[in-house]
Design a protein around this ligand. Structure first.
Ligand SMILES: [Zn+2]
Ligand SMILES: [Zn+2]
Length: 346
């Protein structure tokens, strides 16, 4: 079968690999319909291996996908061939300290589809049945491929304990930041302020429900932000840009006794003005991934019933054989914005 495999930085190849074995006990085999290329994949492409274990000579990328089950292994009763599914990319061990406390997002032996084991930029993949969520009526397989990143945005808001009526700011308007804007609306934020650069991203933030969209490069940015928050700052700020400056900014924009949720991918250690955190009694909260039967399953359902509409985030659709040229290389080199490029192996 055809698969897009990571061999090293700048070296992703679409190649023929041996057909998969039949799904093992507890697993299903999925014929992939759509798979997104995410920022994590781009990091691997430009400077990897980062999350790909160095011991792996190569791995099939792709962890945001949808498809149809073509075979089921022993001990699978909840799903059958023909079912349309999407699946959690985070495969916890089920046996470590955190797993036993139902904290699988911080499992000590976490393996990640498309990074530490073969993923969905391929015609088929085998996944544990427990990781799958059936795609409900009303949700297209195309949009279902966005559920995985969207679940991360939903978790960030949950970790921020957003209350009805609060003000939420999102710093960093990549695809997940934009999903967080949409999800903030959903959880009852009275005001959602999107903070980021780039006309297309800012426009999309407006489409997804931001009440105000501010550019941190605007000389009157702080003044305008203060005016929107009665001079106090936002109750919850979600940081998704992953840089020293954006972290400083996110902490600064958080009101006293407010919560700053960090979800950005920081390439290196960064510092914060700790005195402002202490004197303002602010909380810094990390958020990473999601829990398969909590945020992930809930996100699929909220997408299906129309409460979490994310279609504006799909910016192009390409074939697996075009994934280098029109996917990785173009996203890497293009100045034009790409939010989600979806890849079809069919
Ligand atoms: Zn991703
Ligand atoms: Zn575990």
């Amino acid at each position: 079968m055809r698969a897009a495999r990571f061999h090293g930085a700048g070296d992703i190849r679409v190649e023929d690999i041996p057909d998969l074995p039949a799904p093992g006990s507890g697993e299903v085999q999925v014929k992939v319909e759509w798979c997104g290329i995410c920022g994590t994949d781009m990091h691997e492409y430009s400077e990897g291996p980062i999350l790909v274990p160095p011991a792996l000579a190569s791995v099939t990328l792709g962890h945001e996908f949808s498809g149809q089950i073509v075979a089921t292994g022993d001990e699978v009763s909840s799903l059958t061939a023909g079912d349309w599914v999407t699946a959690s990319s985070l495969l916890h061990c089920g046996a470590c300290f955190h797993c036993l406390r139902h904290q699988p997002s911080v499992c000590s032996n976490l393996s990640i589809l498309g990074l530490s084991r073969d993923g969905a930029l391929a015609e088929y993949l085998n996944v544990p049945a427990w990781a799958c969520v059936r795609i409900p009526e009303g949700l297209s397989p195309e949009e279902a491929a966005l559920a995985e990143p969207a679940a991360g945005a939903v978790r960030a808001l949950r970790k921020g304990r957003v209350q009805v009526g609060e003000t939420v700011a999102v710093v960093g308007l990549g695809a997940i930041g934009l999903m967080a804007v949409r999800a903030a609306r959903l959880v009852g934020a009275a005001r959602v302020i999107a903070v980021g650069r780039g006309d297309f991203r800012k426009e999309t933030a407006g489409l997804l429900g931001a009440d105000a969209v501010l550019d941190p490069g605007d000389p009157s940015f702080l003044e305008r932000f203060a005016a929107l928050t009665d001079g106090r700052g936002a109750d919850v700020v979600v940081e998704l840009a992953g840089s020293h400056d954006s972290l400083e900014l996110a902490c600064e924009l958080t009101c006293n006794q407010g919560r700053t949720v960090l979800m950005g991918v920081f390439g290196r250690p960064v510092s914060v003005n700790a005195t402002r955190i202490v004197t303002g009694e602010k909380e810094l909260i990390g958020s990473c991934g999601f829990i398969y039967d909590e945020e992930f399953a809930a996100t699929v359902n909220m997408m299906a019933d129309g409460r979490l509409q994310l279609a504006p985030l799909i910016t192009s659709r390409i074939k697996l054989d075009e994934v280098i040229e029109l996917g990785f290389r173009r996203i890497h080199e293009d100045k034009r914005p790409h939010l989600r490029v979806l890849v079809s192996p069919r």
